[in-house]
Design a protein around this ligand. Structure first.
Ligand code: PMP
Length: 286
C-alpha cells in the first residue's frame, strides 16, 4: 500500500516524492530528524520532540521552517491521511539544496528541505520483545563529539546494529573510556539495589525525550535515580537493565555480552516503568 508522505509543503504518494541530488542531507548528512510515536492515532510526547528539533536545528544554524503549531498540524494530517493507529512519524529537516556540491554552507536564505513520513506498527505498545527482553553486545563508541544533536549521520549506529545482529543479539551498547554512553538508538540504564542508574546528559549522548519522561515518572513513583557513568561489568552484575527510546518505549535488557543480567529474565523495575510510561503518555497524547 502506498503511503502519503510530506515533502516541502506537499502531501504526495511516496512514489512521487522527490529530493534534489544536491540536497545537503543526501551529500553531507547535513540534517536532523525526529521520531514521534503514535498510539491510538495520537502523538506521544509531541512537545518534547518539537523542543529537541528546535535545539538540534539551532545548534547547526539551520532555520526552523515551522512553528510548533504548524509541525503539529503536519504530523496530524499525515497520521490521518495514512490511517495510522499505532506507529511512528519520521521527520527530517536538512540544510536544503544549494544547487551544487560545496563544503561551505549555502546562503542562509536557502530553504531547508522538510520530509515527513509515517510507519504503521499495529500493536506497538504490546511488543512481544518487551516480555522476552533484549540481548545486547558492546562495541566501541567511535561516533563524533556532538551526539546531543540528532543528526542523520546514522552509519555507525547502523553498523553497530549489524554487529549485534551478526552476534545473535538485538542491539549494541556503545562504550567509550570504559563506560557505556548509550545504545545504538536508545538510552541505556541499569538497576542495582532498586536504584536506576543512567549516564548524565552531556554532548556524549542524545538527550532522549523518553529518558526525560521516564526519569520524571520514576521520581514521581518514589524510585531512586542516579545519573552517572557505568561499565559493562557493572551492567553484567546489575539486577536489571533496560533501554528507552520513542519507538521501543522502555525495553528490558536481559543479557550483556553473553552474560545474564540478574536472573536473566525481565525484571520488575523495567516492567513497571514500561507500564507507567505507556499509561501516562497515552493520557497526554495529542
Ligand atoms: N540515543 C540515540 C543515539 C538515539 O538514536 C535515540 C533515538 N533516536 C535515543 C537515544 C532515544 O531518544 P528518544 O527517547 O528521544 O527516542
Amino acid at each position: 500500500m502506498s503511503r502519503t508522505v510530506y515533502v516541502n509543503g506537499d502531501y504526495l504518494p511516496e512514489q512521487e516524492a522527490k529530493i534534489s541530488v544536491f540536497d545537503r542531507g543526501f551529500l553531507m548528512a547535513d540534517g536532523v530528524y525526529e521520531v514521534t510515536s503514535v498510539l491510538g492515532g495520537r502523538l506521544i510526547d509531541f512537545a518534547g520532540h518539537c523542543a529537541r528539533l528546535a535545539r538540534s536545528l539551532g545548534e547547526l544554524e539551520i532555520r526552523n521552517p515551522h512553528s510548533n503549531d504548524e509541525w503539529l498540524a503536519i504530523h496530524r494530517e499525515l497520521v490521518a491521511r495514512n490511517g495510522v493507529e499505532d506507529g511512528l512519524v519520521y521527520l527530517q529537516v536538512t540544510r536544503g539544496n544549494p544547487g551544487d556540491r560545496d563544503f561551505a554552507f549555502p546562503p542562509t536564505d536557502t530553504p531547508p528541505t522538510v520530509v515527513l513520513f509515517t510507519q504503521s506498527k499495529p500493536g506497538m505498545a504490546e511488543a512481544p520483545a518487551a516480555k522476552a527482553g533484549w540481548k545486547v553486545i558492546s562495541v566501541p563508541d567511535i561516533r563524533w563529539g556532538r551526539r546531543d544533536i540528532k543528526t542523520v549521520q546514522l552509519l555507525y549506529p547502523s553498523m553497530a546494529k549489524m554487529a549485534a545482529k551478526a552476534a545473535g543479539a538485538d542491539d549494541a551498547w556503545l562504550v567509550e573510556d570504559g563506560c557505556v554512553t548509550e545504545g545504538s538508538s536508545n538510552n541505556a540504564y541499569i538497576v542495582k539495589g532498586g536504584r536506576i542508574i543512567t549516564r548524565a546528559l552531556s554532548n556524549d549522548i542524545l538527550h532522549g525525550i523518553t529518558r526525560a519522561a521516564v526519569l520524571r515518572l520514576a521520581a514521581e513513583a518514589q524510585m531512586e535515580v542516579e545519573e552517572r557513568n557505568f561499565t559493562i561489568a557493572e551492567a553484567q552484575g546489575a539486577d536489571e537493565a533496560f533501554i528507552t527510546s520513542a519507538s521501543a518505549f522502555v525495553m528490558p535488557v536481559v543479557e550483556v555480552d553473553g552474560a545474564p543480567v540478574g536472573s536473566g529474565q525481565v525484571g520488575p523495575v523495567a516492567t513497571r516503568l514500561r507500564e507507567i510510561y505507556i499509561d501516562e503518555m497515552r493520557k497526554k497524547a495529542v
